[in-house]
Write a protein that binds this ligand. Structure first.
Ligand code: AMP
Ligand code: TRP
Length: 333
């Protein structure tokens, strides 16, 4: 059986990278797979946070999932902390994860920065919790952006290590990453060599899902470019990080390829191309942001959707945790 699991952290607002690199693909996948979509709030507390803001962000990310087209009836949609199995399996998997594997994780090195001794244990152990998220549902496929590839490889290694240790070769499926489409890595609008990220201090580096048309226009107009017109080939485009990023965004927003975009816009100056880009971005994002606002006006309803999702997720999770306890030798009384 195939099952999808994926999640996003409720840290600040979702941006165009989250939408094009992940969320948009989830919407397409829900037709063909059984899907579990999670708001990974336990991951969000691995960095500094404010409790009241976190609570609101959890609802906002939930609203973004639904507004983008995730059907909460057909799929399971919930917040991670509402299902205790995530934290339970995390501990058990942590006891099967060599430190050497975690020491290789580049995201930890980036986030911990220079003062590694001050970084919290949760930030270091983050990829183990992520493995637990996936394996708790015995998910076979995990749609994510390019930046999560290393974490997914670790999840596969942990699944394999657990299976081998207990002599249960088929217990956890080894989850397959699904890194799909043109927009697996959207870059900052200020620097085409840095990924678009929630944590960039410049608001002009990213388009948020809730930005209004004027803000989207302003951010694209200020986006860094080079003085050349758009080239004819993808090969030439790839030598120019900022140009490549804007063409990639255009391609992903219009469900086309970069080659098709260049066929239409080669020779254009950025002033003209940016206007076209603003138009397609606003057309795509305005309905999502309007729907998010509509949903967020009724927080009770969002909480009910999450509660129902947690019950459905919990039913699968409880079963896996019981099986894992039996395998490990933990007595269920
Ligand atoms: P996060 O915001 O870190 O919780 O990421 C949620 C999802 O969005 C993950 O699947 C990421 O891989 C994806 N994602 C985040 N930033 C980008 C980006 N700049 N380009 C493409 N995908 C991204
Ligand atoms: N680490 C992921 C990110 O930052 C979020 C995440 C947590 C996730 N658990 C997951 C993604 C399980 C896919 C599957 O984007």
């Amino acid at each position: 059986m195939n099952r999808i699991f994926s999640g996003m952290q409720p840290t600040r607002q979702l941006h165009l990278g989250n939408y094009l690199g992940a969320l948009k693909n989830w919407v397409a996948l829900q037709k063909d797979y059984e899907c579990v979509f999670c708001v990974v709030d336990l991951h969000a507390i691995t960095i500094d946070h404010t409790p009241d803001v976190l609570r609101e962000n959890i609802r906002e990310v939930t609203a973004a999932y639904i507004a983008a087209g995730i059907d909460p009836e057909k799929n399971i949609l919930f917040n991670q902390s509402a299902v205790p199995g995530h934290a339970e399996l995390n501990w058990i998997l942590a006891c099967h994860t060599p430190l050497g594997w975690l020491n290789r994780m580049t995201q930890f090195k980036e986030k911990a920065g220079k003062h590694r001794d001050n970084a919290v244990l949760g930030l270091y152990a983050y990829p183990v919790l992520m493995a637990a998220d996936i394996l708790l549902y015995k998910a076979t496929h995990v749609p994510v952006g390019e930046d999560q590839k290393q974490h997914l490889e670790l999840a596969r290694d942990i699944a394999g290590a657990f299976n081998r240790y207990y002599g249960k070769e088929d217990f956890f499926p080894l989850p397959e990453p699904q890194i799909m489409g043109e927009a697996t890595r959207i870059m900052s609008l200020r620097d085409g060599t840095k990924k678009m990220s929630k944590s960039d201090e410049s608001e002009y580096s990213r388009i948020n899902l809730t930005d209004d048309a004027d803000t989207i226009a302003l951010k694209f107009r200020k986006a860094k470019t080079d003085p050349e017109p758009l080239p004819e080939t993808v090969e030439d485009l790839e030598k120019r990080p900022e140009a490549n990023n804007l063409v990639t965004i255009y391609a992903a927003l219009t469900d086309s390829t970069r080659q098709q975009v260049l066929a239409q816009h080669a020779g254009s100056q950025f002033s003209g191309f940016k206007s076209a880009l603003v138009e397609v971005a606003v057309a795509k994002l305005a309905p999502i942001s309007a729907e998010m606002n509509r949903l967020l006006a009724d927080k009770g309803e969002i909480d009910r959707i999450l509660k129902r999702g947690a019950e459905r997720a919990g039913a699968i999770a409880d079963q896996t945790v019981a099986e894992v306890k039996d395998i490990v030798g933990l007595l269920r009384v």
